[in-house]
Design a protein around this ligand. Structure first.
Ligand code: DAT
Ligand code: MG
Length: 149
């Protein structure tokens, strides 16, 4: 089973979209194994978004992601990395497919409500940045037999 790192960004928290966003992944059938609210330090923001250092939007991206609390979510499930990216929609909310999270709740690329890892390698890196080993919970769910064949 894959894991991915999702994060309700500060705009999503301020706009009371946290429950709505978590609910989409719960209803889909994915399993939440880590969940917490926190504020990202500049240092961790620069580490998390390291691939974007030097790009014109980097400083405003770090300003935005550190501007208020976020909700970090680790989700487990079959193909969850790419499935979650599909559920989120394109980076630019106005270009995201209708019905996706970013399309439903966002307009500007710099206020796109949610983060999700873009690969299995990134998810391992990002989970390690934001969660300690003991903060991830292993448990079984009886309903998995109704979700997976
Ligand atoms: P994603 O969040 O879809 O993985 P990304 O990793 O390319 O997108 O970029 C990280 C964030 O940076 C993205 O969610 C919003 C911001 N961003 C990306 N491209 C941008 C651009 N051209 N102008 C402004 N902000 C941008
Ligand atoms: Mg990305």
């Amino acid at each position: 089973m894959e894991r991915t790192y999702l994060m309700v960004k500060p705009d999503g928290v301020q706009r009371n979209l946290t429950g709505e966003i978590i609910s989409r992944f719960e209803k889909k059938g994915f399993k939440i194994i880590g969940l917490k609210m926190f504020k990202i330090t500049r240092e961790l923001a620069e580490k998390h978004y390291g691939e974007h250092i030097g790009k014109p939007f980097f400083t405003s991206l770090v300003d935005y992601i550190t501007s208020g609390p976020v909700v970090g979510i680790v989700v487990e499930g079959k193909n969850v990395v790419s499935a979650a990216r599909e559920m989120m929609g394109a980076t630019d909310p106005l270009k995201a497919a209708p019905g996706t999270i970013r399309s439903s709740y966002g307009i500007d690329i710099g206020r796109n409500v949610i983060h999700g890892s873009d690969s299995v390698t990134s998810s391992a890196r990002e989970i390690a940045i934001f969660f300690k080993e003991g903060e991830l919970v292993e448990y079984s769910r009886d309903l998995d037999r109704w979700i997976y064949e």
